[in-house]
Design a protein around this ligand. Structure first.
Ligand code: ATP
Length: 321
């Protein structure tokens, strides 16, 4: 049984469709990425799951049972880290945690223990008694994150948790998410940073204009885009293209930079994901072919199979366009 199932979710704002029949499931201990550009419908989806927004249609099931909007029982299992900071700048980190911990119904020794754990996890123990308003952007985000973990939710929703944070805080947050997943928490990680989703998520959904374009385990998603290698060369005789086209399992494309003096690019793209040996052998043979023709290679660029490429293939545009 899934930890959470989202079935055919629909939501429009004044006739403008924000979420258009979205369905996905997540398991306990799974880090599930929700990837899409600004306006794709991520926040709307999160708000509906959190019971803060009523959908036009669709169901949310938690542990196999349908969850009515605003269900208190479900809320106890849920931790939400909103995109906008939800902490009080005049309170210290500890006071913020104490305040939110009480809202979650924690008291006494257990509350003190959970505050100490949350401060440790967020790496904020040394600044526990400083006002949150004096924190850096990254520290505020970490406190925002710690607040959502106080009541040990079994499902954690993170909406763009690393926007505007310094690299150190970002690495810290990503590690915390990994640890939570390893400890059995289900995590929905919404982001437009594809490298983050690729690095930490077990599975992901790619959405655009409120629709699901792809959903599956990270390895399967990445297999949909195959890597390539490009050689920058001053000239590309037909005889070279002929020989390269005989290499196994690759297609050959030549991008001409037609301005005088500029190099062209010969791109080999694998039709199916190559093994390491295939990748090395084909690259080596292609270089030999070019050398045989007396062609000097000024640069070699490799294109990895990554979510960026998959997104481009599915939508026809880059995520950050
Ligand atoms: P972002 O990361 O920029 O928040 P998102 O993927 O989370 O993007 P949503 O915020 O869910 O996307 O927005 C989806 C669409 O719905 C967008 O076109 C947005 O303009 C629209 N929208 C979102 N909230 C509202 C609202 N309260 N009223 C009207 N339209 C809205």
């Amino acid at each position: 049984m899934s930890l959470l199932e989202v079935r055919n979710l629909r939501k429009s704002y004044d006739g403008h469709v924000a979420v258009d029949g979205l369905s996905f499931e997540i398991e306990a201990g799974e880090i599930f990425g929700l990837l899409g550009p600004n306006g794709a419908g991520k926040t709307t989806t999160m708000l509906v799951i959190a019971g803060l927004l009523k959908p036009d249609a669709g169901d949310i099931l938690f542990q196999g049972k349908s969850v009515p909007p605003g269900d208190r029982q479900f809320r106890r299992h849920l931790g939400v880290v909103p995109q906008n900071l939800a902490i009080y700048p005049d309170l210290t980190a500890r006071e913020n945690l104490d305040f939110f911990g009480r809202l979650y119904g924690l008291r006494g020794k257990r509350l003190r223990q959970r505050i100490a754990d949350a401060l440790d996890l967020a790496g904020l123990a040394p600044r526990a008694d400083d006002a949150a308003g004096t924190f850096s952007g990254g520290m505020k985000r970490r406190l925002n994150f710690a607040v959502a973990l106080l009541h040990e939710p079994s499902l954690l929703i993170l909406d763009e948790p690393t926007v505007g944070v310094d690299p150190q805080s970002r690495a810290h947050l990503l590690n915390c998410v990994r640890e939570l997943g390893a400890a059995g928490t289900g995590v929905i990680y919404a982001s437009h940073y594809m490298e983050e989703v690729q690095a930490i998520c077990h599975r992901a959904a790619i959405i655009d204009h409120g629709r699901l374009l792809a959903c599956g385990p990270m390895s399967e998603l990445l297999q949909q885009v195959t890597p390539g290698v490009s050689f920058r060369v001053p000239t590309v005789p037909d005889s070279v293209v002929d020989r390269l086209e005989h290499l196994p399992n690759v297609t050959v494309a030549v991008n001409g930079q037609e301005l005088p003096g500029m190099d062209k690019a010969i791109r080999l793209a694998w039709k199916v994901p190559p093994s390491r040996d295939e990748l090395r052998d084909v690259t080596r043979t292609a270089l030999d072919v070019l050398t045989d023709h007396g062609i000097t290679v000024s640069a070699i660029e490799t294109q990895e199979s990554n979510l960026e490429e998959l997104f481009l293939r599915l939508t026809g545009h880059r995520l950050r366009d």
